[in-house]
Design a protein around this ligand. Structure first.
Ligand code: GLY
Length: 406
């Protein structure tokens, strides 16, 4: 295993935190009450139960159109977010209907990975952690374990030794995508760590360790904002340049990318406990918190802090889960720990009150006003599957001591 004392300096990063400008905004925010949380939980469970009938053996498209998810087969990078909602609903309620629906999906995941259906990308964590690893963790399901190990193998095959990264997209021979790493991948790495735990083969963990070190080094800018994507020279292993894919501009900070950073670094820290991951997660979190509008739900790109641009509620929900994980790994006396806890609760209160879809409302999702891909005008100001999932995950994290699927 690599050196366990790696700090920010060891990975070529500044450890100076971006100053958190207005801590009182979070510490004095309207509290998230038990009543509000209980109402949100009951409403979310009703909606997920309604969706079991609606989706039956299908899955939601990544994002809804006019408040309604179209139904598709298990072919997108996002199927796991629906499966994950079923597992979370089961853990929140103990109701058999959620367990039955989640278990019924597993053979489809096994088929998908065996037949290599739309799996030539890095999104194996999103797909298989929230479905098959969840099934193994929650009820010891063996089929889930087998499918998830195949998925980890498929992800491991994307590891490029020279660049020490997992390539995000495209065939590995595609020159346009060669050596591209993206911040979203932080959340796919846990399946590699899980595979090492399950098989005893250290290769998965070594690849993940190397990738996250490259992510720390190249995806976080000096000012603690993040690049969405970054190209590594696959011959020399040197960094080349950053570029956006879903953000406003190459030099802007895509809000969901920042949220993948807030969550992904602490999620990986669970398996690779080096201080740099927490130090950098704090910097990235501060940058995010410094750019929130009055209702605490970010715009789709953090270049925007006011005006009519769409919000991305999904980024807010991801950040809530990230901060709740991050605070678990911070020293009790760290002055920002209480601020992050307060910020997570305050953002969640705003999501529940202003962005969630009540079970009495029309619509097949849980969290309104997300953005999938603004530059391409896909899924703008609508539900998205990961927004729904992380909203549920935040409810679970605030309700019980929970062993993450990540
Ligand atoms: N991982 C793709 C996205 O966040 O839209």
């Amino acid at each position: 295993m690599s050196n366990f004392r790696e700090t920010s300096a060891d990975v070529g990063q500044s450890a100076n935190r971006e100053v958190l400008v207005d801590k009182d905004k979070f510490l004095n925010a309207k509290p998230l009450t038990r009543e509000l949380l209980a109402k949100a939980k009951s409403s979310a469970l009703k909606k997920v139960a309604q969706s079991i009938d609606y989706f039956a053996d299908k899955y939601p498209e990544p994002a809804a159109l006019n408040g309604v998810y179209q139904k598709i087969g298990n072919i997108e990078w996002t199927s796991g977010f629906w499966s994950g909602q079923l597992w979370l609903a089961y853990q929140l309620s103990g109701e058999q209907q959620f367990l039955d629906a989640a278990l019924a999906q597993l053979s489809g995941y096994k088929h998908r990975i065996e037949q290599k259906i739309e799996v030539d990308h890095h999104d194996h964590g999103f797909l298989y952690l929230l479905s098959c690893v969840a099934a193994h963790k929650v009820v010891g399901n063996e089929l889930g374990r087998e499918a998830a190990i195949l998925s980890a193998d498929c992800l491991y095959a994307r590891y490029i030794e020279t660049g020490k990264i997992i390539q995000a997209w495209g065939n590995l021979n595609d020159p346009a995508e060669a050596g591209r790493m993206i911040i979203d991948c932080n959340l796919n790495l846990p399946i590699l760590y899980w595979a090492t735990e399950q098989t005893g083969d250290a290769k998965y963990r070594e690849a993940a360790n190397n990738h996250i070190r490259q992510a720390l080094k190249y995806l976080i800018r000096d000012n603690a904002s993040t690049f969405h994507t970054y190209f590594i020279d696959t011959l020399t292993g040197e960094g080349k340049y950053g570029a956006t894919h879903q953000g406003h501009a190459d030099d802007s900070c895509w809000a969901r990318g920042q949220a993948w950073g807030i969550s992904g670094f602490p999620f990986v820290y669970r398996y690779y406990p080096v201080p740099a991951l927490i130090e950098q997660a704090c910097r990235v979190t501060n940058y995010f918190l410094n750019r929130l509008p009055d209702d605490l739900v970010c715009y789709w790109d953090l270049d925007f802090t006011q005006g009519d641009e769409p919000r991305d509620s999904s980024a807010a929900a991801i950040a809530v889960c990230g901060m709740l994980e991050l605070t678990k790994h911070m020293p009790l006396l760290d002055p920002d720990r209480a601020v992050y806890e307060a910020a997570a609760k305050a953002i969640m209160a705003s999501l529940i009150e202003n962005y969630s879809c009540d079970s009495t409302e029309q619509g097949t999702g849980l969290l309104k006003h997300a953005v999938y891909h603004k530059p391409k005008n896909i899924g703008v100001d609508d539900y998205c599957t990961w927004g729904d999932y992380f909203y549920m995950e935040a409810l679970v994290r605030l309700e019980q001591i929970w062993e993450p699927y990540w």
